[in-house]
Write a protein that binds this ligand. Structure first.
Ligand SMILES: [Zn+2]
Ligand SMILES: [Zn+2]
Ligand SMILES: [Zn+2]
Length: 353
């Protein structure tokens, strides 16, 4: 992710900021600009304008979920009350269940990071509806004790809100022998299934997909059940990015897609913090995806990842990202890269369906 700065005082501000910590200016994330900006209220105190000189954004509202941490803005004349990210989610938990609300706000914060990254890539995201059957919808479900809810079906991403609980998630991670299990990882995996439909399933790339990942028409339920019955912390790392990726070709794609997004976000964050060699300075993968080869991205990423993991070790923290793509995994990540770079819609303005 980029580094963001306050329009008023220049201090660094976070992606999720509602105000600048240094000068106190009100801040809202403007999706059309893909960054948080200082905002000033108009005569109607619910209406805001971007404070930066020359900005042409019209009057804006804060998202109705601002009270639950959302800092995104939306056009005041849109006739809507929720931002682009929140509108992708159907409903929200009952406010009488604080543990469900806390989990939901954690997942929504991760989802805003996801939507931001997809927007940086200019990948198509339309909100699913009767008139937009290829669109996307999230159901964030709180059903304690019920496992196996998380998944994707025809543009509907369902996520078990229990995954926002660190203790619960780590228990599952250990049981399944996974080196890594995060909320943003789940979101990047499930959105990977959605983009399989959009970038592969509906295109003539299906032949290349099957040569690399295998035949996705294989029985899905049987393959995934088999994986859960025999999950193990060891797998062939030259073939699959994770153990779960080996369960079925569609899971392999979704895991590879998620790890591609992890790697790109790590490189972009390092670029934003001036931690890459001068020849890469200022080049964000998400912005230049059409001109970069995946091998170059991986070359930039390897020393960054090694350093981050080594620094984590110095403070006694767990390895941050315990993966090192090799063999066919690199070819699969390259395939994801190629599909994304050929589907960016750089000239698109938000259709906001
Ligand atoms: Zn400031
Ligand atoms: Zn919102
Ligand atoms: Zn999956």
């Amino acid at each position: 992710m980029r580094l963001f700065h306050c329009d008023r005082c220049g201090a660094a501000i976070s992606f999720g900021a509602h105000a600048c910590d240094a000068c106190g200016a009100s801040v809202g994330y403007v999706p059309e600009l893909r960054r948080p900006r200082v905002i000033v209220p108009a005569s109607d105190p619910t209406v805001f304008h971007v404070a930066a000189p020359g900005d042409v954004s019209g009057p804006m509202w804060r998202c109705l979920n601002a009270a639950w941490g959302c800092n995104w803005m939306l056009p005041a004349d849109s006739g809507r009350t929720w931002c682009r990210s929140c509108r992708l989610t159907r409903g929200r938990p009952d406010t009488g269940r604080p543990e469900a609300i806390a989990a939901w706000t954690t997942v929504e914060a991760a989802k805003r990071r996801l939507v931001h990254q997809l927007d940086e890539f200019a990948l198509p995201i339309e909100i699913g509806s009767a008139s937009m059957p290829d669109g996307l919808v999230f159901d964030l479900v709180y059903l304690p004790g019920e496992g196996g809810i998380t998944g994707h079906l025809d543009g509907l991403v369902t996520l078990d809100l229990a995954e926002a609980d660190d203790v619960h998630r780590d228990r599952l991670r250990r049981r399944l022998g996974e080196p890594f299990r995060t909320v943003i990882g789940h979101l990047r995996h499930e959105i990977g299934h959605y983009y399989w439909m959009r970038l592969v399933g509906q295109t003539n790339e299906i032949g290349s997909f099957r040569r690399l990942f295998g035949d996705e028409r294989r029985d899905y339920r049987e393959a995934v059940d088999q994986y859960y019955a025999t999950a193990s912390p060891t797998w062939d790392r030259t073939r699959f990015v994770t153990g779960y990726a080996g369960s079925h070709p569609l899971e392999d794609w979704a895991e590879t897609f998620a790890h591609y997004l992890h790697i790109v976000d790590a490189v972009d964050t390092a670029v934003a913090h001036d931690l890459v060699p001068p020849d890469r300075a200022g080049v964000l993968v998400t912005e230049a995806v059409g001109t970069l080869g995946f091998v170059d991205i991986l070359d930039a990423w390897r020393p960054i990842n090694a350093a981050v993991n080594a620094i984590a070790e110095t403070v006694g923290a767990a390895t941050v990202y315990p993966f090192d793509p090799a063999g066919t995994v690199v070819d699969k990540l390259t395939f994801v890269h190629d599909q994304i770079s050929s589907h960016t819609e750089r000239d698109r303005f938000y259709s906001d369906a």
